[in-house]
Structure formats: structure tokens, C-alpha cells
Ligand binder design. Structure first.
Ligand code: NAD
Length: 358
């Protein structure tokens, strides 16, 4: 039987969840198939206009959070409000005996996350965060390159998203609602990178941009050094007019790159390290260089790897299986803890201009 879902917050992302579950068109761009594991039971939004919209879209809208939480057959509450409301709503839902999917970032401090986890444990309910970007096809493709050892042991991974029209919306520009780009995009990219390469964080260094004049960061540069020796870099700009590649990964036997949204993965593999006899110096600016000359062709292999097909419904499938005790939840409490701690370390590093030891 499908699990019944109640959504709190019927803005952009609440509507995404509702459409994703029922199937249909979202914002006239995305077309969703109906979920095979979940069905919509109702919506609550603090704004009466949003409740009217939910009704117009064919969903039952409740007048209060309490009324939604009192519906006995609702299995899952999705929290899709501004970030500072995730904690009180999630805890109320867990205490009402519901399983909870919080939108990302799960909340805005480590202490707040502990209170949420505690409520989940006390009530014996499944509680996780919607890290849907684990299903981004470009990320899944890059993770496959890593997991299959196509470029050997990974040395470093850099992820970048670059926009050129600032922070969208209203609450995302405010401190009190947990706005800014670290919480907005940073949490996705940190979750992806740590899930792919390990949670053994040693230290964090970060710089935040405040270029547009909001009290929250409109961009960030976060460096993470893992105990394994791997180096991770997350970069977000909303004030940059030429984007850089989405992902760039160096391994012991090759390099992989994705140059932009929707583009295939380019892999260059080094088949034989020693090619010194074949190297001719190249003219570089005003001088010659052997160091920067291209490698001999016989030592290289170039591959184009198409992006894999992914299915975003897998997130809900896993969550429902976790409720039924058939799977471990995809995004675990410990994983959420490390990501939240890295975010806090990044804020501290940027504020104090120091490297923060984990
Ligand atoms: P939004 O402003 O479009 O919608 C938020 C909605 O919450 C509004 O309709 C507002 O009236 C309602 N709301 C505010 N306070 C409330 C309260 N106390 N109780 C009930 N409803 C309340 O914002 P959004 O873009 O939909 O973002 C919502 C959440 O989803 C954020 O946490 C955001 O980070 C997350 N999000 C996730 C993704 C993703 O890809 N996973 C994408 C976008 C947004």
C-alpha cells in the first residue's frame, strides 16, 4: 500500500513534492510520473493564499499544522518551509507519530539537528533530509567513475555552480530564516562530495562572498581536507558571468571533468606515466616549456561517458522501505551530522579567517 504524505509549506518545493507524488507537470517544465510508493493526503501552509492554491490544485488543505498532524493515516510529513521552521515542525510531526522528510538543509545548527534526531529516536520514527541531488545524473555519473576506479584512487574533487543573477526569493536573503548560498546549494554539494569520498573530515577552510549587499553569503569557496588525504572544493557564485566546469576530479591514473549542465563526462586516462623521450617543448607565452607540453599521444586515452539515467522517485522508494524496515535510510543521521558540522566549520572559518580543525 502506498504511504500517505502530508506536506507543510506549499511554496516552490512543497508544490514540487506534491506534483512529484501525484504525477503531472511542475512549473510547465518538469513532467513527473506518479509515485509508485506514496500518495498525497494533504497540505498545510501558514499563508491562506497557498492553502487556496493547494485546493485549486486538487489537494486537501488543512487550516492548521495540528489539524494536518491529527490525520491518523498520514505516514510521512514533508517539511518544505523556510529553513528556520524545519526543526519545530519536524519535532511536532515526530511527536505526533509521523515519519519526517525535512527539506534541505535539515536545519541550521548542530544543536537543532540533535534535538530533531532525539525526537525521531524517542518516537521510533524515520527522520531524514531530502538530499535529492544524490540522484543528479551528472553526480551519479561522476560517482560511478570514482567507484569503478576508472581514474584510480581519487586525489581531489571540485564542484562548482555559478549563476549571474544573485539570490532568488525573499527569505533566502535573510539571516533569521537560514538564507544564503551555503545553506541553499552548499548543503547539496557537501552532501554529494562527502557521500562519494568519505566522511573522515580533518579540517575546513572557507571564504564567503557578500558581493550583492545582503546580510547572508551570496557565494562561497569551501575547502575540505579529509584524513585520507583527499581534497574537496565546493564553490558557489551568484555573481559570476562565465561559469566554470560543474565537476572536476583528479585520480592517480586520470582526470574527469563535466563542463556544464547536461554535458557528458570527459575522462582522460594516463596509460603509461613515463613519456619523457617523446616530449617536445611548447611555446608558452614568451618562453618555451617542456613541463607544460602535452603528453605523448601513445600514453593517453580519451573517453566520453554519457550521463546515466537516474530516477528521483528512488528517494521516496528508499524512505518508504526504511519505514517498513526493508532498507536503511539513504541519508543517515550520522551523515547529516557531519554535513551540518562542516557547514558550521565553514561559517567559523570564514568569520575568523582560520583553518578549522574538525
Ligand atoms: P518558498 O518560499 O517557495 O515556500 C515556502 C512556503 O512555506 C511558503 O508557501 C510559506 O508560506 C510557507 N511557510 C512559511 N512558514 C511556514 C510555517 N511556519 N508553517 C507552514 N508553512 C510555512 O520556499 P521553497 O523554495 O519552497 O523552499 C522551501 C524549503 O525547500 C527550503 O528549506 C529550501 O531550502 C528547500 N528547497 C529544496 C530544494 C531541493 O532541491 N531539495 C529546492 C528548493 C528548495
Amino acid at each position: 500500500m502506498k504511504k500517505k504524505v502530508g506536506i507543510v509549506g506549499y511554496g516552490g518545493m512543497g508544490q514540487w513534492h506534491a506534483t512529484h507524488i501525484r504525477g503531472g507537470k511542475y512549473l510547465n517544465t518538469l513532467e513527473f510520473r506518479e509515485s509508485d510508493v506514496a500518495e498525497m493526503a494533504g497540505v498545510y501552509d501558514i499563508d491562506p493564499e497557498k492553502r487556496k492554491k493547494a485546493e485549486a490544485d486538487g489537494f486537501k488543505a488543512y487550516d492548521s499544522l495540528e489539524a494536518l498532524l491529527a490525520v491518523p493515516d498520514i505516514d510521512i510529513i514533508v517539511v518544505a518551509t523556510p529553513n528556520d521552521f524545519h526543526e519545530p515542525i519536524a519535532i511536532a510531526a515526530l511527536n505526533a507519530g509521523k515519519n519526517v522528510i525535512s527539506e534541505k538543509p535539515v536545519t541550521i545548527s548542530c544543536e537543532s539537528l540533535e534535538r530533531m534526531i532525539d525526537a525521531a529516536n524517542r518516537n521510533g520514527k524515520i527522520f531524514s533530509v531530502h538530499q535529492n541531488r544524490r540522484f543528479d545524473n551528472y553526480f551519479v555519473g561522476m560517482k560511478k567513475v570514482c567507484d569503478e576506479g576508472a581514474i584510480g584512487d581519487i586525489i581531489s574533487l571540485e564542484s562548482r555552480v555559478h549563476g549571474d543573477h544573485g539570490i532568488p526569493g525573499d527569505w533566502r536573503k535573510t539571516v533569521e530564516h537560514g538564507g544564503g548560498m551555503v545553506y541553499d546549494w552548499g548543503v547539496h554539494m557537501l552532501d554529494q562530495q562527502l557521500w562519494m569520498l568519505g566522511y573522515d573530515v580533518d579540517r575546513v577552510y572557507a571564504h564567503l562572498d557578500y558581493l550583492i549587499g545582503h546580510p547572508v553569503d551570496d557565494g562561497c569557496f569551501i575547502d575540505i581536507f579529509l584524513k585520507s588525504g583527499k581534497f574537496l572544493h565546493v564553490e558557489i557564485c551568484t555573481y559570476n558571468f562565465i561559469p566554470m566546469p560543474l565537476m572536476y576530479m583528479r585520480g592517480r591514473t586520470g582526470t574527469a571533468i563535466i563542463n556544464g549542465w547536461g554535458q557528458d563526462i570527459k575522462v582522460t586516462r594516463c596509460l603509461e606515466w613515463d613519456d619523457q623521450d617523446d616530449i617536445l617543448p611548447v611555446k608558452v607565452a614568451a618562453g618555451l616549456s617542456k613541463t607544460m607540453a602535452p603528453r605523448a599521444g601513445r600514453t593517453m586515452e580519451q573517453l566520453t561517458i554519457p550521463l546515466p539515467k537516474t530516477d528521483e522517485h528512488d528517494y521516496y522508494r528508499n524512505f518508504c522501505d526504511a519505514i517498513d524496515g526493508k532498507a536503511t535510510q539513504l541519508v543517515t543521521h550520522d551523515q547529516m551530522r557531519v554535513v551540518m558540522k562542516v557547514i558550521m566549520a565553514a561559517f567559523e572559518s570564514a568569520r575568523t579567517n582560520t583553518v578549522v580543525q574538525f
